[in-house]
Design a protein around this ligand. Structure first.
Ligand code: ATP
Length: 217
């Protein structure tokens, strides 16, 4: 839990980065849990530019931003922040947190992420800077991400070996990944399958209207 006294005037600012290609229900749950559990004053949803650690080419920025607006737009105290998409060259979380620290002087910063990202955290560029600037707030994730496996077969990632400080977010496991969403859309037989179990209905309609993810990667 927080080390700040109740009623503290210190602002609590969250950053939740991702490719959001597309945003899905687990992203939305993560944002909701972060807002309430961390008692955030504001949550910046931060779609990445072409992320340095993602091998596949992402969908165009305007589609991902629009889908973020549809997926998160009705959440309180939440804004879609496109700064990383406009940054020339690779975009690093350490730089973005530095900007947020300057914009919210004295604020307590939280970086919201899933367990897979925590396990890869020490490969991030200037991860020590990230840790100095923000508290990591982590939701666990199923081991077979992307598999879209039934709930009863889900196992959570083992974070017992993680030596970094982090705060756990209490989010029930959701075995949804953007990879699984794209894969489902790419299968002709299930094109009209229940996409809205994976993404909000508005996002599903947007994907359909714009013919996204026809060639899954
Ligand atoms: P992809 O399948 O394309 O790799 P993804 O589903 O992991 O995408 P991202 O946009 O890369 O989605 O994820 C943004 C953030 O959300 C990351 O910190 C990731 O760990 C977290 N996240 C995504 N899905 C889940 C989930 N099911 N449970 C917990 N965290 C999640």
């Amino acid at each position: 839990m927080s080390d700040l006294p109740a009623g503290s005037a210190v602002q609590r600012v969250g950053m939740f980065g991702g490719a959001f290609d597309p945003p899905h229900w687990a992203h939305r749950s993560l944002a909701e849990v972060a807002l309430t559990q961390l008692r955030l004053d504001v949550l910046h949803i931060m779609p990445t530019g072409q992320a340095w650690h993602k091998a596949r080419v992402l969908s165009p920025a305007e589609h991902r931003v629009e889908m973020c607006r549809l997926a998160f737009g009705d959440l309180p105290r939440t804004l879609i922040d496109t700064r990383e998409m406009h940054r020339a060259g690779p975009s690093y979380t350490a730089d973005t947190l530095g900007e947020l620290a300057a914009e919210y002087p004295g604020a307590k910063l939280y970086l919201v992420l899933g367990a897979d990202q925590l396990l890869a955290f020490e490969s991030w560029v200037r991860w020590q800077d990230v840790l100095q600037q923000a508290t990591l707030a982590v939701a666990n994730r199923a081991t077979h991400i992307g598999a879209d496996a039934p709930l009863e077969q889900m196992q959570e990632m083992d974070l017992s070996g993680v030596r970094l400080p982090f705060e756990r977010l209490s989010m029930p496991l959701k075995n949804i990944s953007a990879t699984a969403v794209r894969a489902r859309i790419g299968q002709p037989a299930s094109r009209h399958g229940p996409l809205d179990v994976l993404v909000p209905e508005t996002v599903a309609s947007y994907i359909d209207q714009h013919h996204l993810y026809q060639d899954p990667t």
